[in-house]
Unconditional design. Structure first.
Lengths: 113, 113
DNA sequence: AATAACCAGTTTGCTATATAAACTTCATTC
DNA sequence: GAATGAAGTTTATATAGCAAACTGGTTATT
């Protein structure tokens, strides 16, 4: 596909900054705690919560809510295999699009100067 | 700044796919026609129009509406110096964030596995 | 010469999104 | 035992993104 078209059609579930941060963080570990993710990304709790829900609905992460010592609630999140592949693909896609455009460089297109 | 925080706080005016496509296309030329941009990005007219308006309000592009042979309306767009700097910075920022995260690699953070 | 079709965009209306404040549930402290 | 705090979730709101419908003009058709 043409690089600019590809750029304009990037998957927004992944591309959105907060979620790209979360997914990229998650892809660096097998498991992360909610509060840890919050600290890492600087998102508010509410915000992080709804982004995680969106990612889970998209099948990119799995959320596990449980209790420590049957008392303290703890939410942990892991990225799925699909999720891991998708983030990696996204970063590679960004790189490759940018590279393609850089290479064309001088070759300035019709109807533009 | 921590890379994940930086990621989560990316400038959305620039990061949004359609606008990143437009800005990146514009930064490769001094001037582009509306219809050409539309073809290049695959956006609908309405969509492109509102994104351009947003970019103009943000001072990243300048829109010029005029008539060819005093008859045919034509809208051309140029990126501003600020705009050009901002897109370039954005791409570099993405690269640098990704690189930083890649390097940390094995060093898996606290509260995660 | 009237009208139909077309072109280049803009505006409108709708749906979806992102965000933080308020709320919930339980645990610990005073 | 009232109050404070922790860990999230839900709600409310304001904004965003999108395409369909619209506008103002031009060219083609009958």
């Amino acid at each position: 596909m043409l690089p600019y078209k590809e750029l304009a059609r990037l998957d927004k579930l992944i591309h959105e900054p907060a979620r790209l941060a979360v997914l990229t963080a998650l892809s660096a570990c097998t498991l992360a705690e909610f509060l840890f993710l919050q600290e890492l990304t600087g998102l508010t709790k509410g915000n992080l919560s709804s982004h995680l829900t969106k990612l889970e609905k998209g099948g990119l992460v799995v959320i596990d809510k449980h209790f420590l010592r049957k008392k303290i609630p703890q939410t942990t999140v892991r990225i799925t295999a699909d999720g891991r592949a998708a983030v990696e693909r996204h970063w590679k896609q960004l790189q490759s699009i940018y590279q393609t455009i850089q290479q064309q460089g001088a070759h300035s297109p019709q109807n533009s100067r």
